[in-house]
Write a protein that binds this ligand. Structure first.
Ligand SMILES: *[C@@H]1O[C@H](CO)[C@@H](O)[C@H](O)[C@H]1NC(C)=O
Ligand SMILES: *[C@@H]1O[C@H](CO)[C@@H](O)[C@H](O)[C@H]1NC(C)=O
Length: 280
């Protein structure tokens, strides 16, 4: 019985090899870039039939009449798409579904799970000098209640209405980030907030954080009046002050790349998702 199976297996292997050769050959001969791209689709499809309906060229999520929104969002998160002013008009609904459905929460959970695993892997000195930098907006507190009624980032930024919302002090904490925050307090890493919010919003920011169960930070740094530099220069200068004062930045988390770039970045950085707005 076992002996009889061997030739059959060889025959199956030969047929499979022949099939995959003929599937790939046209790719090599394709002359144009468009044709090559089409050929990759055609070549891959027979090998992964089940994925074809999900990844086919007509399957871009939320691309109705404009850019494919899932590709745009990936470009944003990977810092390939920069300096954008508003969410593409056709992606308002996509971003709304992403933020209000489970997708944003799931993506945030992956980030925080990684951050907590990283914390668990550290050999802490526990000398009171170990700190973790948090951004506030869309990192610790969520302004989604505002954005949900103002076009999910698809309308131009309105400082008047946004400030009015911030001054209500009702922004909910992001649950995943709160999990990390509590973990850090538990292991003796001191949270430090460095926010682009301005000094005049200190009282409401403190009240908002406390009302959401967030307290016990070492330092809350807000932007001083008269500072007009970039977010990267402001935030990296504040981190440098921490370092110069003898603190070790074991981690740094933000929703914008400008929270994370610029030396000293911190021993590890974590980027939370944010398809609502861009701060350079
Ligand atoms: C910005 O918001 C304020 C307050 O809601 C509103 O009065 C104003 O018209 C808005 N500006 C623009 C350009 O939409
Ligand atoms: C806040 O951070 C600075 C360094 O940027 C440090 O010198 C200062 O002592 C800190 N404040 C508190 C209350 O720990």
């Amino acid at each position: 019985m076992a002996m009889a199976r061997v030739p059959i297996l060889i025959a199956v292997a030969l047929v499979a090899a022949a099939a995959s050769c003929s599937a790939w050959e046209p790719t090599i001969r394709m002359p144009t870039a468009e044709a090559a791209a089409a050929a990759v689709d055609d070549a891959v499809a027979p090998l992964i039939h089940a994925l074809r309906p999900l990844l086919g060229s007509s399957g871009e999520l939320g691309s109705r009449g404009g850019v494919p929104c899932d590709s745009w969002r990936l470009g944003v998160e990977a810092y390939n798409v920069r300096d954008w002013k508003t969410v593409p008009a056709n992606c308002e609904g996509y971003v709304g579904h992403y933020m209000l459905g489970s997708h944003f929460r799931r993506d945030s959970k992956v980030v925080i799970d990684q951050a907590i695993a990283y914390v668990d892997s550290l050999k802490l000195a526990s000398n009171g000098k170990e700190v973790w930098v948090f951004d506030i907006d869309e990192t610790t507190l969520s302004n989604l209640p505002y954005y949900a009624t103002h076009g999910f980032g698809a309308r131009p930024y309105n400082a008047t209405s946004f400030d009015a919302y911030v001054l209500e002090g009702t922004a909910p904490a992001l649950p995943e980030s709160k999990r990390l925050y509590y973990k850090l307090l538990k292991v003796g890493i001191k949270p430090v907030f460095i926010t682009g919010r301005t000094e005049d919003k200190r009282a409401i920011t403190v009240a908002n954080l406390r009302s959401q169960g967030i307290s016990g930070w070492m330092n809350l740094t807000l932007k001083q009046p008269g500072f007009h530099g970039s977010a990267i220069s402001y935030k990296s200068a504040q981190r440098k002050k921490l370092q110069d004062a003898g603190y070790v930045i074991v981690g740094n988390i933000g929703d914008q790349w400008s929270d994370l770039l610029g030396a000293p970045e911190g021993a590890r950085t974590f980027k939370l998702p944010d398809p609502l707005y861009y701060i350079g």
